[in-house]
Design a protein. Structure first.
Lengths: 261, 232
């Protein structure tokens, strides 16, 4: 039967590889100089708070020393209980987030139930491993993955390296060119039992700190009214923090800074 | 070597159709109904092996007959839709294309293979008010020989087909509320079986494609929800 095809499993990514190889994002043919030419996303962070997990990212993408885009989105809801934030080469990273979200939905529809959060993180790590040849050419994908674990009733987060190495972080992490500074800010401000609004404020503060020290990180742009994306994932699903909330948090930080420069 | 007996093509087809009909007649029925808020799918099914499934944002699937065969086709549908949606856009995945693909595949098995598929399918697509050209609901029925038809208002597949459709034909009207549609669906399925009693919520598999929902419009109703709707 022609419609049946050659693949009988539950993975969308494997389905593409077996039946539609032309649709698999393959970047391994790029030469080493590609890393300089294509846009890169910069700082993203994730942290656990009382009701789940928060994931945020600035909006700037750079190509070499130039701005490639000021309002790129680097934080994606991959399903109703998980979020992926990307840093590294923007094209392949965004494509990977897209494939992952189809993958999770596909599995859920084929099998009739969704993967455990750990299973989702593991799947992402396999996809990053597939991208290793391209990563060696400078097209690295180094995301953060976070979500609400329905069994443990808490938020969990993972960071990855270019080889697909998967490391669970207990409380928070940040990655990308400004990740170091953002992580420092998180280390200063994070404590157990952060409330939702407190965690939003801390996320904005950390991105602001990163934007201050790292020229490739965007931060809050009041002039153009471009705000970081802050997604909150809890038991009830994934929601975006509205721009007013982010602006309020940012103005709070600014006022404190003006008093005590 | 002896010559095989000659059997006319008409006879071959008639025998195959007879065989498939018998297989399908042994099973229970499924109804799909358009109601004011979308499309309702109701199956008589007390097991956890689903006969109704989600294909894509606006598309649902229902199958009767041999479980292994229609469940395989459900998965094929999910693969077809997900690849399309990934390759183009989510709005490009349409029920009609899927129903056509099913029709071709099932028809091909019917003509080429010794054993036809003992199944019938419904592909249900709910309209989306955000896009005028995607506003209408669509119900497609594909039978064991690959015959495809578009139905309006309601659609029935399975064993007690004639009795079930009889009830719907006399009592269905446009713009039913969810509760009314579910009650009608249950009454129609009652007519198809030879039990005579009201089917309880535990014996029904109920799914809806909700117009007003954003993104994935398919939702499976729990037994408690079904009970609540039927009593309320």
């Amino acid at each position: 039967m022609s419609l049946l095809g050659d693949y009988f499993g539950s993975s969308f990514f494997e389905l593409l590889q077996v039946e539609h190889p032309q649709l698999v994002p393959d970047l391994s043919a790029w030469s080493g100089s590609a890393g300089q030419m294509i846009p890169h996303g910069t700082t993203v962070l994730a942290m656990r708070f009382s009701e789940g997990v928060l994931v945020a990212g600035d909006r700037l993408a750079t190509a070499g020393h130039s701005v490639a885009s000021r309002d790129v989105v680097k934080v994606f809801a991959t399903d109703s209980q998980s979020v992926m934030a990307i840093s590294g080469a923007a094209g392949p990273s965004i494509e990977m987030a897209r494939v992952l979200s189809v993958e999770l939905e596909h599995y859920e529809k084929i099998e009739g139930e969704s993967l455990e959060l750990e299973g989702k993180a593991n799947k992402l790590s396999q996809m990053i491993r597939q991208n290793l040849p391209a990563a060696m050419q400078g097209l690295a994908v180094v995301p953060l993955f976070a979500g609400f674990d329905g069994r443990r009733k808490q938020g969990r987060l993972w960071k990855f390296d270019i080889t697909g190495g998967r490391y669970e972080e207990a409380d928070f992490d940040a990655t990308g060119s400004g990740g170091l500074y953002a992580r420092e800010a998180l280390k200063q401000g994070w404590h157990e039992g952060l409330s939702g609004p407190e965690s939003v404020e801390l996320a904005v503060a950390a991105l602001t700190a990163a934007a201050d020290e790292d020229r490739a990180t965007g931060g809050v742009d009041l002039e153009r009214r471009i705000f970081p994306v802050v997604k909150i994932c809890s038991e009830s699903g994934v929601v975006d923090t509205d721009e007013d909330g982010i602006e309020r948090a940012y103005r709070e930080i600014l006022s404190r800074r003006t008093v005590n420069p | 070597m002896s010559m095989p007996f000659y059997v006319s093509p008409e006879q071959v087809m008639a025998d195959k159709a007879e065989f498939a009909r018998k297989g399908i007649a042994r099973g229970k029925s499924i109804v799909a109904l358009e109601y004011e808020g979308g499309v309702l799918l109701v199956a008589e099914n007390s097991t956890s092996l689903s006969k109704i499934g989600e294909i894509y944002d606006r598309i649902g699937f229902a199958g009767v007959g041999k479980f292994s065969e229609f469940d395989q086709l459900r998965k094929v549908g999910v693969r077809f839709a997900d690849v399309r949606g990934y390759q183009y856009s989510r709005e490009d995945v349409r029920g009609q294309a899927l129903a056509n693909a099913y029709s071709q595949a099932i028809g091909e098995v019917f003509t080429r293979e010794m054993k036809p598929l003992e199944i019938e399918l419904i592909v249900a697509e709910v309209g989306d008010d955000r896009y005028p050209e995607h506003g209408a609901n669509a119900l497609y029925k594909v039978t064991f020989d690959g015959f495809i038809s578009e139905e309006h208002g309601f659609c029935v597949i399975g064993g007690g087909f004639e009795e079930v459709e009889g009830v719907l034909r006399s009592d269905y009207r446009e713009g039913l509320a969810l509760g009314e549609a579910l009650e009608l669906g249950r009454r129609a399925l009652d007519a198809g079986g030879d039990r005579g009693a009201n089917l309880s919520e535990g014996a029904l598999e109920v799914c809806v494609l909700e117009r007003a929902r954003l993104g994935r419009k398919f939702r499976r109703l729990s037994a408690e929800e079904v009970k609540g709707i039927l009593e309320g």
